[in-house]
Design a protein around this ligand. Sequence first.
Ligand SMILES: [Zn+2]
Length: 191
Amino acid sequence: MPWDLSELSKHQAYLRGHFLLTTGRHSDQFLLMARLTENPQALAGWTKELARRLKGYGARTVVGPALGGIIPAYAVASEWENGRMLFTEKVEGGAMRFKRGFTLAPQEPVVVVEDVVTTGSSVDKVIQAIKEAGGIVVAVGALVDRGHAKPHWDDFGFESLLRLAPGSIPTWDPRECPLCQEGLPLSRPKA
Ligand SMILES: [Zn+2]
């Protein structure tokens, strides 16, 4: 199975149109990965391969950030015989933490799984939570890499199934948005 935008389109997980992003900027493309994870059989085509690639890093614990990372992380962990899956949640101030009694053993190797990595800043918060809990990140896996640029990620592996060239999904300040100038209606797919 190809891991590409047309596969995401089939599930309405890749949209073309005129979109308002959470940053306030506008775009003509949108990744709505919940529409892929809505179909466990379709998602398995992605997460089986991600699990295979991440297996070699020697971790059994997979950590996914709420909300988007939880389902793919769970699917990856379920592919491994001894897979374990934890999730982090946002706390006041914007950081990520483990809640619900989740713990890591000292120096426990961990892989982080996220649905889409864009700047990497939300994965960085997960990595911080793992460090504070005593674990060691050995790899980060993503279904889609929108062009991360994080030199300090050289400390561990990075695996993604679909790599988009940085900037291939353009965003615009609303005042400079060509779609606004055409008068196209704006939508918020996650709302
Ligand atoms: Zn616009």
